[in-house]
Design a protein around this ligand. Structure first.
Ligand SMILES: [Zn+2]
Length: 302
């Protein structure tokens, strides 16, 4: 576990064996432990072992805070609750029904990932409704000895929330904060079906209004200077949005456009990050899916 502040740390889930792909934040206190986005069940053994090495057992976990329900963030939740039925799971009201009855969520993910579902994410167990605490944004939560504020931050997902720790002013911003690995390069994750660039920009403004000292992104880790981070994210969002919108005005099939977008993003990645870091981007980021999410957004827009 890597330390962030007293009682606050994070775990690299080593997704598919790669570093810096998925991070789970851990809030610990004598009164119990909270996990922010426990990740998929394929990496639950890694998370569980890392917690155990830090002296934390499954019985110490009281709360799971979900930023959103995508499998790379929330897939292990039902499995963990199965091991400790006393855990409370905090999730936005639009995401909660899919944690209780995940069939639609899994069908939607299967359309994106096909035969790769199990290798990537592992099983997804439903969460009993009695374990769910529904959020809508604006709440104050007392967890793991801390006071957290909740904000509704859609754009990447229509049910995305973020959490601010009042003491440290660290903001857990999930995927609304983009993908940014230790090399500093920012990519916005834009898979179907919920991408909405306008509401995403509004969410970034809402996060900035918190005046966080640091932001913590799931992919991957803590960043100082939130203003510079959000400026770079807005630039990257505008860039990918423009590239996809322009592609829709060109002749050619969706498959060809998605492939061309993927090739352009890979060329930009080659220029921006050291070779050794590229597999971590490619392990989680499917650029063809990012094209599809933005294409869906532009086609729906009146
Ligand atoms: Zn994600």
């Amino acid at each position: 576990m890597k330390p962030l502040a007293p009682g606050l740390g994070y775990v690299d889930l080593q997704f598919l064996g790669f570093p810096h792909v998925i991070a789970t934040a851990v809030l610990s206190h004598a009164g119990g432990v909270a996990l922010v986005d426990p990740g998929p069940s394929s990496t639950w053994p890694t998370l569980k072992k890392t917690l155990a090495d830090a002296g934390l057992g499954i019985g110490d976990v009281r709360t799971i805070l979900l930023t959103h329900i995508h499998l790379d963030h929330a897939g292990a939740t039902g499995t963990i609750v199965g091991e400790n039925p006393a855990i409370e799971v905090c999730v936005h009201e639009r995401g909660a029904p899919h944690m209780i009855a995940p069939e639609k969520l899994l069908a939607s993910a299967t359309r994106l990932y096909g035969a790769d579902m199990d290798r990537l994410w592992g099983r997804f167990d439903p969460v009993p409704s009695r374990n769910i605490r529904v959020l809508s944004g604006g709440e104050q939560l007392d967890v793991a000895g801390r006071r957290l504020e909740v904000a509704y931050t859609p754009g990447h997902a229509s049910h995305h929330v973020s959490y601010l720790d009042r003491d440290t002013r660290l903001a857990f911003v999930g995927d609304t904060g983009g993908i940014r690995r230790p090399d500093g390069y920012i990519i916005p994750p834009t898979p179907p079906p919920d991408i909405d660039l306008e509401v995403w920009r509004d969410s970034i403004a809402r996060l900035r209004a918190w005046k966080p000292a640091d932001v913590f992104v799931t992919h991957f880790g803590p960043w100082r200077e939130p203003d510079a981070h959000f400026d770079a994210l807005l630039t990257a969002l505008a860039h990918v949005g423009d590239v996809v919108r322009a592609s829709l005005e060109e002749p050619g099939s969706d498959e060809a456009h998605a492939r061309a977008f993927q090739e352009q993003m890979e060329r930009e990645l080659v220029r921006a990050v050291p070779d050794a870091n590229r597999p971590s981007y490619e392990a989680a980021g499917r650029f063809d899916l990012s094209w599809a999410g933005l294409a869906r957004y532009w086609r729906k827009k009146p």
